[in-house]
Design a protein around this ligand. Structure first.
Ligand code: GTP
Ligand code: MG
Length: 645
C-alpha cells in the first residue's frame, strides 16, 4: 500500500515545513528521495502537442525544434534509439501517425507530439492530447482556420488546455497574418473558450524559413517560440500516489510487439515492476513491465524507471487497449475511460478473383487476408473487421477514404493481392430515422470558378452555409452528406482548372438526404483479354480517355478508360497488329494516342461505382466490373430491376 505511505509523507512533509525541521524526510531516505524527485524533476518537463489543419506546417515545425536543439548530433552519440518512420508518410508528405519526439532546451525536457492533420486521423489527435499539458495551434497565415483547425482546437479547449497560437507561413505571398489572428480569436470565442484561453499568446513566423517571433518582425531562429513554450506551457500536474498511466497511443515493433505509450500521471514506473492493467470493462489483469523507454530526440531511450509527468513507452504488457490504465499491482485505481472514434465508412475486402490472380503477389488466399486484417486491428484503433457470409470477403470499417486507403496501400507493399469494393458510408438508425454522416466542406476557389463549385456541391446535396472573400479567393462552406463527397475532389479539380482547395470534416449523423447522383460518365470496358494495341486505342480515342497504355495486358470486364458519355461501353482494345515489342509501338499510331490517365488508389476508390471494384496487387491497381462477363452483368441488372419493381 505505497499510496498511503506516500500520502503520509506528504502530510508529514507539509507539517514538517510548518515546524521548520527536515528530520522526517531524512528518517525515510527512500521516500524522501522519491518525493523530492517527483516534485522537482517535474519542474523541468513540458508536454506539448502540435495541432493544426492538414499541411499547415506541424511536422516542419517539429523538424526545426529538433534542429534547434541539436537532436541529430546527440542521437549519434546515444545510439539506443528505435526510429519510427513510415514510407507512405514520406511519399505523400503527410503525417499519418502521431509521433513523439523529445528535446532539451535550457535544461527543460520538452516532449513534443506531432499529430496528423488529415481529418481521417482526427480521433488519434483527440487521444494523444491526453498526454499534453498544452498545445501549439498552427494556423496558415493565408488560409486561416480550416475545418480541422476547429476540430482540434475544440478538443484542446475541452481538455482545459491553454493553447499557444502560431501563425505560420508568413512568407507566403498574399498572406494575411493580422486577419488570420482575428479569425483565430473569433474561433476561440465561438468555441466557448474561457477568458484565460482567449488570452492566448501568439507567435508569427515561417517554419520553412526557420524563424518565429512574438511579432511580425523576422528573426533568424525559433528561439522566441522555444522560450514561449517554456514560459506558457504549464509543468505537468502531478498528484502524489501510486502508479497511474493511461495508455493513449501505441507503437508496434516486430521485435518487441505492442508498446503502450502514455503519460505517467502519478507515481513511478520501473523496469520489471508488477502492475495491474485496468481495462475499460472493469477487468484487471496482473502483469509485469518488461522494458521502459522515454522519448529522446526522434527515437526512444531505454531507461529503468520513469517518473510522474513524463511520457513513456512500456514494453511487455499484453492484451491492452487504448484507454486502459497501468496501475499499482496491489491497490490499482483506474483513470476515466477514453472512447475511440466510431468508424463512418466501410469497404468489402476480398481475395483477388480476377483472371490475373496470383501473378503478382505473395499473399493471395483468404486466410492470408483475414490474418493480416485481424493483425491490423491490434494497432489501428479506428479500424474494425467483420466476417461476411462469404469466406473470401471481409467487411472493413474505417474513418474515411484515406484511412482505408493507407491500409490497402500498406498491404500491397507487403505483397498482398486483394479486391476492394466501393466505399460505403455507415448508415445508422437514430430515433427510428435512417441517418447518415454529414460533413463540413470548405472550398476555396478563385472567384470565376465559385458558381461552378457551388453547382457541383449542390448537385450532391450540399448546402451552402458561408461564402466570403479571402484574398483573391472565394471561401465557401457547405454542409454535405459524406456520400456526396465521394468522388467530388476529382470533379471539382477538373471543373476549376485544378485551382480549388477542398477540406472536409465529419460533424454529425443527420437524416438520410435521399439519392445522390454518382459518376456522370460511363466507362470503357475490355471485351476480351489480351494485350491492347496502339492501333485499337487510336481508333477508340474519340470515345473517351484511357487508364492503360498500348501494349498493356487487360482482361474481359476490366475498366480501361472513361466513356465521354453516360453509360458503359464494351470495346475491343486488342484488335489489329499485336504489339510484340517496344519498337512496334512507334509504327502503329502510338505517338498520336493521348497519354493514359494514371489513377492513385484513392482516386480509384472514389471513382468506382457499386458494380465495380478495384484489383490491388503489389505492382498494379486495376479497376474492373465485379461481374466480368457482359451478358451475365446485363442479366443480373435486369433481374435486380424487376425485383425492385
Ligand atoms: N511557404 C511555407 N510553406 C511551409 C511552411 N511550413 C511548412 N510549409 C510547407 O507546407 C507543406 C506541409 O508541411 P508539413 O510540415 O508537412 O505540414 P503538416 O501540418 O505536418 O501536414 P500533415 O501532417 O499532413 O497535417 C510542406 O510542403 C512544407 O514545406 C512555411 O512556413 N512557409
Ligand atoms: Mg505532419
Amino acid at each position: 500500500m505505497i499510496f498511503i505511505k506516500i500520502s503520509k509523507t506528504r502530510e508529514a512533509a507539509s507539517s514538517k515545513s510548518k515546524h521548520g525541521g527536515n528530520t522526517y524526510l531524512t528518517c525515510l531516505p527512500k521516500l524522501n528521495e522519491l518525493t523530492l524527485r517527483l516534485l522537482n524533476k517535474n519542474m523541468n518537463i513540458r508536454n506539448i502537442a502540435i495541432i493544426a489543419h492538414v499541411d499547415h506546417g506541424k511536422t516542419t515545425l517539429v523538424d526545426k525544434i529538433l534542429h534547434t536543439t541539436k537532436v541529430f548530433r546527440d542521437n549519434q552519440d546515444t545510439g539506443d534509439l528505435i526510429m519510427d518512420s513510415n514510407d507512405l508518410e514520406k511519399e505523400r508528405g503527410i503525417t499519418i501517425f502521431s509521433k513523439n519526439a523529445s528535446v532539451t532546451y535550457k535544461d527543460v525536457k520538452i516532449n513534443v507530439i506531432d499529430t496528423p492533420g488529415h481529418s481521417d486521423f482526427g480521433g488519434e489527435v483527440e487521444r494523444v492530447l491526453k498526454m499534453a499539458d498544452s498545445v501549439v495551434l498552427l494556423v496558415d497565415a493565408f488560409e486561416g482556420p480550416m475545418p480541422q483547425t476547429r476540430f482540434v482546437l475544440q478538443k484542446a479547449l475541452q481538455l482545459n488546455l491553454k493553447p499557444i497560437v502560431v501563425i505560420n507561413k508568413v512568407d507566403k505571398p498574399n498572406c494575411r497574418p493580422d486577419e488570420v489572428h482575428d479569425a483565430v480569436f473569433e474561433l476561440f470565442f465561438n468555441l466557448d473558450a474561457t477568458e484565460e484561453q482567449l488570452n492566448f499568446p501568439t507567435f508569427y513566423g515561417s517554419g520553412k524559413n526557420g524563424w518565429f517571433n512574438d511579432s511580425l518582425t523576422p528573426t533568424d531562429n525559433i528561439l522566441a517560440l522555444m522560450d514561449g513554450i517554456i514560459k506558457y506551457v504549464p509543468e505537468p500536474k502531478v498528484e502524489i500516489g501510486t502508479l497511474q498511466m493511461q495508455i493513449t497511443s501505441l507503437d508496434y515493433s516486430s521485435f518487441l510487439g505492442r508498446i503502450a505509450i502514455g503519460k505517467i500521471a502519478r507515481g513511478t514506473i520501473k523496469e520489471n515492476q508488477p502492475i495491474s492493467l485496468m481495462q475499460a470493462d472493469g477487468v484487471i489483469k496482473k502483469q509485469r513491465v518488461k522494458e521502459l523507454y522515454v522519448f529522446e530526440g526522434m527515437g526512444k531511450r531505454k531507461v529503468t524507471e520513469v517518473l510522474a509527468g513524463d511520457l513513456c513507452a512500456v514494453v511487455g504488457i499484453e492484451g491492452f487497449n487504448i484507454g486502459d490504465t497501468i496501475a499499482d499491482f496491489e491497490a490499482p485505481e483506474a483513470l476515466p475511460v477514453i472512447h475511440v472514434d466510431e468508424p463512418t465508412m466501410s469497404m468489402i475486402f476480398s481475395i483477388n478473383n480476377s483472371p490475373f490472380f496470383g501473378r503478382d503477389g505473395k499473399f493471395v488466399t483468404s486466410r492470408h487476408l483475414r490474418d493480416r486484417l485481424m493483425k491490423e486491428t491490434e494497432k489501428n484503433l479506428a479500424l474494425r473487421v467483420e466476417d461476411t457470409d462469404s469466406a473470401d470477403s471481409f467487411q472493413v470499417f474505417g474513418r474515411g477514404i484515406l484511412h482505408l486507403g493507407v491500409l490497402i496501400e500498406t498491404m500491397r507493399r507487403e505483397g498482398y493481392e486483394l479486391t476492394v469494393g466501393q466505399p460505403q458510408v455507415l448508415v445508422k438508425h437514430i430515433d427510428g430515422k435512417k441517418s447518415e454522416p454529414y460533413e463540413t466542406l470548405v472550398v476555396d476557389v478563385p472567384e470565376e470558378f465559385a458558381s461552378k463549385a457551388i453547382d457541383l456541391v449542390s448537385r450532391r446535396k450540399g448546402e451552402m452555409t458561408v461564402m466570403e472573400t479571402k484574398g483573391d479567393m472565394q471561401h465557401i462552406e457547405f454542409e454535405i452528406p459524406s456520400r456526396g463527397l465521394i468522388g467530388l475532389r476529382t470533379t471539382m479539380l477538373t471543373s476549376t482548372a485544378g485551382e480549388a482547395v477542398m477540406a472536409h470534416r465529419f460533424t454529425e449523423y443527420k437524416p438520410w438526404k435521399g439519392p445522390i447522383p454518382g459518376r456522370n460518365n460511363g466507362v470503357l470496358l475490355a471485351k476480351e483479354g489480351g494485350n491492347t494495341t496502339a492501333y485499337s486505342l487510336d481508333k477508340l480515342q474519340d470515345r473517351g480517355f484511357f487508364f492503360i497504355d498500348p501494349g498493356e495486358e487487360v482482361y474481359k470486364g476490366m475498366v480501361i478508360g472513361e466513356n465521354n458519355k453516360p453509360g458503359d461501353l464494351v470495346v475491343n482494345p486488342n484488335e489489329g497488329k499485336k504489339l510484340t515489342n517496344m519498337r512496334s509501338s512507334g509504327t502503329d499510331g502510338a505517338a498520336s494516342i493521348a497519354p493514359k490517365k494514371s489513377m492513385t488508389l484513392e482516386e480509384c476508390m472514389e471513382y468506382i461505382q457499386g458494380d465495380e471494384c478495384i484489383e490491388v496487387t503489389p505492382n498494379f491497381i486495376r479497376m474492373r466490373k465485379v461481374i466480368l462477363d457482359e451478358n451475365e452483368r446485363l442479366r443480373l441488372a435486369k433481374q435486380m430491376k424487376s425485383e425492385a419493381v
